[in-house]
Design a protein around this ligand. Structure first.
Ligand code: SF4
Length: 237
């Protein structure tokens, strides 16, 4: 069973006041093995992994190893795999036939040279592997929260991903950053050590910095660009 595109809005309204655990349980019941959680092992993602594993220990999860992740991210991946050994975690890598000519032509740190280069790198290392991960799925789940950036204001708990023609489920869309951390502490969930060093949002090592007191939570992502805090994974079609 799955939800047709024209029924997504009503489904989102029906689920709007459910807890994240209820939304996850609904997603697993509705989509079975055809739904997977996208994770970069940030604070929101580890909360969802813990919730998911408590509902179904062998739920599907995937992550994108861009080849440029911080060591702390590999450490939390390892900790999560040890704590939830039944979880079916797929780790997707970029296509070397795309990475090699890109860095040969534009340089190993091409992303600092122009927005176009940065978007190309994000496409090769993230978006193309994401599309591969989503191929064949009926739905994907994310740790997006509404107050992360203005781009995410219009997002709903369930929406139609028009680019990929599948449903997109955001169980934490109404949660605050404070709620995320309360859950992590209360449930002893492993988390990325960079969060302790003022990295609220963590991506690739060369494209993420710590934020100062009072700065936007995503201000440390691609900080040298003036306006863009998204990499293309969650841009609406
Ligand atoms: S975040 Fe930076 S290193 Fe990672 S894929 Fe995007 S541009 Fe490349």
């Amino acid at each position: 069973m799955s939800v047709p595109p024209d029924a997504i809005a009503q489904t989102a309204a029906d689920l709007a006041h459910k807890t994240p655990q209820e939304v996850l349980a609904w997603a697993l019941q509705t989509y079975g093995d055809d739904v997977s959680l996208a994770t970069s092992f940030g604070a929101e993602d580890v909360v969802l992994i813990d919730m998911l594993a408590k509902i179904r220990s062998d739920a599907r999860v995937f992550t994108l190893d861009t080849g440029r992740l911080p060591q702390e991210t590999y450490d939390v991946i390892d900790a999560i795999q040890r704590k939830y050994p039944l979880l079916r975690l797929d780790i997707l890598f970029p296509d070397h036939t795309e990475v090699e000519p890109m860095v040969q032509e534009l340089g190993i740190n091409l992303f600092y040279d122009s927005v176009a280069n940065r978007k190309k790198c994000c496409y090769v290392r993230k978006v193309a592997p994401l599309n591969r991960a989503l191929d064949g799925l009926a739905a994907w789940m994310t740790g997006l929260r509404r107050d992360q950036t203005s781009n995410r204001n219009a997002m709903a708990v369930v929406e139609w991903d028009g680019d990929r023609q599948i449903a997109k489920i955001n169980p934490l869309i109404e949660w605050s950053y404070t709620q995320v951390w309360e859950y992590i502490r209360q449930n002893f969930v492993p988390y990325n050590a960079l969060h302790e060093r003022n990295y609220p949002s963590i991506g690739c090592a060369p494209c993420t910095r710590a934020v100062a007191e009072g700065e936007d939570l995503r201000a440390g992502r691609w900080w040298w660009e003036q306006s863009n805090q998204e990499c293309g994974l969650h841009v609406r079609s």
